[in-house]
Design a protein around this ligand. Sequence first.
Ligand code: LFR
Length: 490
Amino acid sequence: MPSILAYDLGASSGRALLGRLNHGKIEVEEIHRFNNDPVGIGDRLQWDILRLFHEIKQGLLKAKHAGETPASLAIDSWAVDFGLIGRSGELLGNPYHYRDHHTDGVMERTMERLTAGKIFGRTGIQFLPFNTIYQLAALKESDSPFLQGAEHLLMIPDLLRYFLTGEMHNEFTNATTTQLYNPLEGRWDTELLAAIGISPSLFGEVVQPGTRVGSLRSVLREELGISSVPVLATAEHDTGAAVAAVPALERDFAYLSCGTWSLMGTEVDRPVINELAQELNFTNEGGVYGTYRLLKNIMGLWILQECRRYWELAGQSYSFPELVSMAEKAEAFKSFIDPDDSMFIHPGDMPSRVRQFCAASEQPVPESPGEIVRCILESLALKYRYVFELTERLSGKSFSGLHMVGGGIQNVLLCQWSANAIGKPVWAGPVEGSALGNLVVQWIAQGELADIWEARQVIRDSFPVTVYDPQDQSQWEEAYGKFRGLAGLA
Ligand code: LFR
């Protein structure tokens, strides 16, 4: 059986995997891994999109050298960011990084003008300052020449797919993250676009995951010396792909996609757009096969990654396992942060910000890396419990445990503490959530798998799931009370 190729691009690294279905089991081989280093120029933080396209080509070359001609390929990546295409068909400027400061204050101003009720009511999407709608409003406010010259807007995977095929399509799961797509009407929301002064002509036809959207351009085939490969739209939002790969066998399940971000929620059949969802700032991102992800963003391992980067700059290099083992030795439940405080969104001196949060909330200030990492990981686990309970309240469901997928589950301590905090088992696996979701959508499109439920069964049969049972319940219960108080969580 021929292999297929999945590219999964995260905010700090990307990978290309060849996948094969063999007697009801999935086999994957990572053929290429690369860094995704955002580049700061002056005040701006941008993605090195041409470098990413170069790495996509490297993946194709490595597949060729492995003697493979993939039956199809697809790309997933983080959401909300985009490229603008001008009259000549060329990319105008580098896409901004969603952690760039150009959107500072824009969400607040837009919400004031349009009202939160209108924006949420028409999109069902949570308010995050970097949503595409606020990035576009920022470009409009600054009279960006790129925006003036733009004829098309393509989200990151749409853009890379365009570079590969020469064809432009907007894929559904990513389209919903813009906060400009109306899921109730099944189209781009022209009223919101008009309100921020953006032409609807920038937005194209929205295609569902699994749609064939072209094949490799002949010029690229010649450059690489390869034959044609069909290009599919998969669940191109990495979180959409990760949730497609949750090995749940029951319809109602809670998940946590754990990486740079922690995305926690449940899958629903239709968007939950009501006052409570708006008040709790939950989102309804488009998923596969008519589903939606009722979830909430939690800042995730970003804070830890950024601490590590900062320490490295200061000449102290630690691996993640080293940091986790230092955290394990530090004193328990000494101080907590609210990981979702806006002070943690942008890159910078994260250790100082953690200390600052603790000092301002009159807690002992963590000093050593071990103390800081312990504070971050305990706070994340406690925030998971909070959002787990909100998910149950909002969805009216009760969950017997939590599925965790993604690279973050390699952090065994975090998995165990998550189980302790929520007081229910955590089922951790698979690690390659997004890439697997990307692959199974391609196989469903090719008729190799019947539907998402067969796909989830096959994933369960192919990859280990580690069970973490809750421990130390009374201490975590007490910690949760303290955490809620200081993070001001009702
Ligand atoms: C996770 C993710 C989240 C999105 C954030 C920014 O990788 O895609 O779902 O909110 O990145 O795009």
